[in-house]
Design a protein around this ligand. Structure first.
Ligand SMILES: Cc1ncc(C[n+]2csc(CCOP(=O)(O)OP(=O)(O)O)c2C)c(N)n1
Length: 229
């Protein structure tokens, strides 16, 4: 987990953002997330500590809950640090509620993992169905500018080396704050142990013309080799 959370690659790996955030959370932080590959990065790469609270979708699959959960946490616990760690697909479904946080001066911190895609669906299409990805791309939104337009503060992370310092600044900024972290859209949420069926489906998807097949093949191969050595 640490190795995946400390890679200095460009574009930034989503795990690095979760790892750097985890190091800087307060001992009583309340951290909510959405459904998607975002849930994988949140669950694996933020080391939870006793005294903190973590919440994901109550039914384990609904998108967009991260932001309203953070708002609710901040109302319930005004003194605690309330953070939403969300995907750009989920966040964009309910992003107007960021203005609610500004209106009521709720100092929530929102970390948007911006991969410009519905990541979970893209990987499901390949690994569960054996199909190349199909219409998963999102129209890119400048979420930092949006936060500013709402009356909050917006930051952007585009470089692994500056990720920690930007997050530290964001967490220390009063009022509602949003950090958009521009990340690698092709980082696979690899299961701890892939089944043969999953591997075969992925190979099938690549063979059937997945547009990013070369990069995906190399990424998965590199991960597997790293596990072996
Ligand atoms: C309300 C709702 N609509 C659709 C889905 C199906 N779904 C699950 S994850 C996902 C994509 C999430 O995308 P994003 O928030 O960008 O996160 P990523 O997977 O890229 O990390 C979708 C469409 C769902 N779970 N809930």
């Amino acid at each position: 987990m640490e190795e995946r959370g400390t890679r200095q690659s460009k574009p930034v790996k989503p795990q690095v953002v979760a790892w750097e955030l985890g190091k800087r959370l307060s001992d009583t932080a309340i951290v909510s997330t959405d459904s998607g590959t975002i849930t994988t990065w949140w669950a694996r790469q933020i080391p939870a500590r006793r005294g903190q609270m973590y919440s994901s979708s109550g039914t384990l699959a609904t998108m967009a809950c991260g932001l309203p959960y953070a708002i609710a946490s901040q109302v319930a616990y005004p003194e605690r640090q309330c953070v939403a760690f969300v995907g750009d697909g989920g966040f964009s479904m309910l992003m107007a509620e960021f203005a609610t946080a500004v209106k009521y001066q709720l100092p929530i911190k929102v970390i948007v993992i911006k991969n410009n895609t519905l990541g979970q669906i893209k990987w499901e299409q390949m690994v569960f169905l054996g199909n190349p990805e199909y219409v998963c791309d999102l129209h890119p939104i400048d979420f930092a500018a949006f936060a500013h337009a709402c009356g909050g503060t917006g930051f952007t992370v585009e470089d692994s080396a500056e990720c920690g310092s930007v997050l530290a600044r964001a967490l220390a900024t009063p009022g509602p704050v949003l950090v958009q972290a521009v990340v690698d859209p092709l980082e696979p949420p690899l299961p701890a142990k892939a089944t043969l069926d999953q591997a075969m489906k992925l190979a099938e998807a690549l063979a059937r013309g997945e547009p990013n097949r070369t990069k995906i093949a190399w990424t998965v191969l590199r991960e597997k080799v790293r596990e072996l050595v």
